[in-house]
Design a protein around this ligand. Sequence first.
Ligand SMILES: [Zn+2]
Length: 598
Amino acid sequence: MGLRLHNTYTRSLEPFVPLDPSGRTVLFYSCGPTVYSYAHIGNFRSFLLADLLARTLRHRGFDVRQVMNITDVGHMTEDHLADATGEDKLSKAARELGRDPFQVARHFESMFAIDARAIRLAIYEGAAAGDPTLHPRATRYLPEMLEAIQRLLDHGYAYVDNQGQAYFEIARFAEYGQLSGKVIDELEPGARVEVRDEKRDPHDFALWKVDPQHLMQWDPHAPDGWEPEDWARLERLVPGGVDRRLARGFPGWHIECSAMARACLGPVIDLHSGGEDNIFPHHECEIAQSYGAYGTVVPAPEGERRSFSRVWVHGRHLLVNGRKMSKRDGTFFTVRDLLDPGAHRPDLIAPLEALGFAGGRVPAPVLRWALLSTHYRLPLNFSFDLLVSARAAVQRLQSRYDRLRELEDEDRGAGAGAVSDAVAAALDRGRARFDDALDDDLDIAAALAALLDLVGELNVLSLGPADAAAARAFLEELDGVVAVLDRSRRAGLLERERMTRWRDPGFRTAQAQALAGWRELVDRAPLVAALERGELPSADELAAVADLDEAVLELAVAAREHARASRDFARADQLRDLLRTRQVTVDDTPQGVRWRLP
Ligand SMILES: [Zn+2]
């Protein structure tokens, strides 16, 4: 049985078949963050659905090209209406912060990248992280948007009002409403029809908006204020120039995704995902625009379908303690509020500490498991209890993984031997259950249960070195989808030579560069600052770090060695106590310092 997904467009479960004739490549667009503030856990539930889809497809042998855009203009506050009203979310944030909206967007975009890396969205890891064509910013695709708008005008799907704004005329697209199942006459009308407004139908939605107050504006007819590269591209894409009636303004949110999906993936794609609130109006409007501008269709059993994506996948919303997330109730959580509440939500430290989260910090793999573990078509009810059970699950998996690594190490040199029948059978059963669950419309809850059951089986089997190696490799393969394991070593050796180099202030400064990413983490920033000064961090600075990983541990051991060498015994004792309270075992050997994490 291959992968089957629930297609919102047909409201049915369908076998997933890519458009690529060789059946290998999958083109996938997922709506990304609007970068006007920190992303909250409800946003991340949608991004994790996209991540689960991409990782599952890769696990099943597909080559996936996933694009997730950055919305940095045009997303209005009242976005449940097709022709959204209110204020641009970025303009509003910029006004409130007293900053330039482009600066605000860049700031929250980089904050988002840090959160996304922590939660391990694959699109923010490795080479994908630095590829701008996988993370298109709306403000850099104005030429493609204006090209689409011009085509919509040329093809008679759009019109310009007397303010120089362009609207999509929904009466021209009979399939409008197909994705969401909405009946147009029952819809709440869009932006209020004002005297000056020439909207033909209140349900028509804006492609190009004009508002002199808006902080981000582009003149479609002159290069002033444009990135030169973008203006040159506009001249190439619309050689005859954009319709003269269009005034200086900014794009509507929906046209952005139509333009970016086409620019970064091509005219038709296999998959498009988002949250359920994107179905209408956002994705309904994307379909209408892409068809109107480019006539994009995908093959379907009924012949062809007027949609640029074959499959549309939508995740349900997230509740906290059974209710809508609310700032007033204190149940509005950003990802960083939970990973490191010290910075913005000190009120969360005590309740989370009471549940055993050191310093109130929820480890990122625990938060990832919690947000991932409910089937995407069911509402996710988030609570601190959910975090506690997620932590238990992640710890079970992690400790089995660490133990397998130890078994492999202990038996190294004893000869590999063969995998026992009992272990081979357990792994086969585990794989079948895990894969079947994901094939069944991404039934992640069943897949995770299969994984934990396998861990339970491995815990009672007696494992030889070959068994341990096979089981470890197997857990790593499944973790390609689940992505919660810490694969760094739990034990190792810091060689004498390396210890000596830490005594050199120049070496420390150079290491600060390598660890620059830590500056964004409240508990690790002081470590980088110390290294930049050419110093080693103090015992207090090291004690403030939540997770002693290999890199922090090296610093702690180096600081202790240096304190001893410079006869600063008080400091050496402090560092020894720190390692002891964190249950790190340290042994001095002729080769260097051997360490073991709990
Ligand atoms: Zn979108």
